[in-house]
Design a binder for this molecule. Structure first.
Ligand code: ZN
Length: 81
């Protein structure tokens, strides 16, 4: 399965994580529930902090995307070109 490297950063906590997202189709990536969990805990570990998005990312990212949380806990990333 094809994967794409995604670096997520949180400018508030000065944290970052590198993940390899699944390529669903052109311009659309998926992070699994487990990857979302890892990202949230690495980027912002404070339970009631509201600094980040669905992934715990905040501020300008290497890759521009919109997050679409899914009911199964995974998150789709729609790449904005
Ligand atoms: Zn936070």
């Amino acid at each position: 399965m094809k994967r794409k490297k995604v670096v997520l950063t949180n400018e508030f906590h000065e944290t970052r994580i590198t993940l390899y997202a699944q390529c669903v189709k052109s311009g659309l990536l998926r992070l699994s529930k487990n990857q979302v969990y890892r990202a949230r805990h690495k980027l912002c570990w404070i339970a009631d902090c509201t600094c980040g998005d669905a992934l715990g990312a905040r501020g300008k990212q290497e890759l521009s995307f919109e997050t679409e949380p899914q009911s199964n806990g995974s998150v789709l990333l729609e790449i904005i070109s």
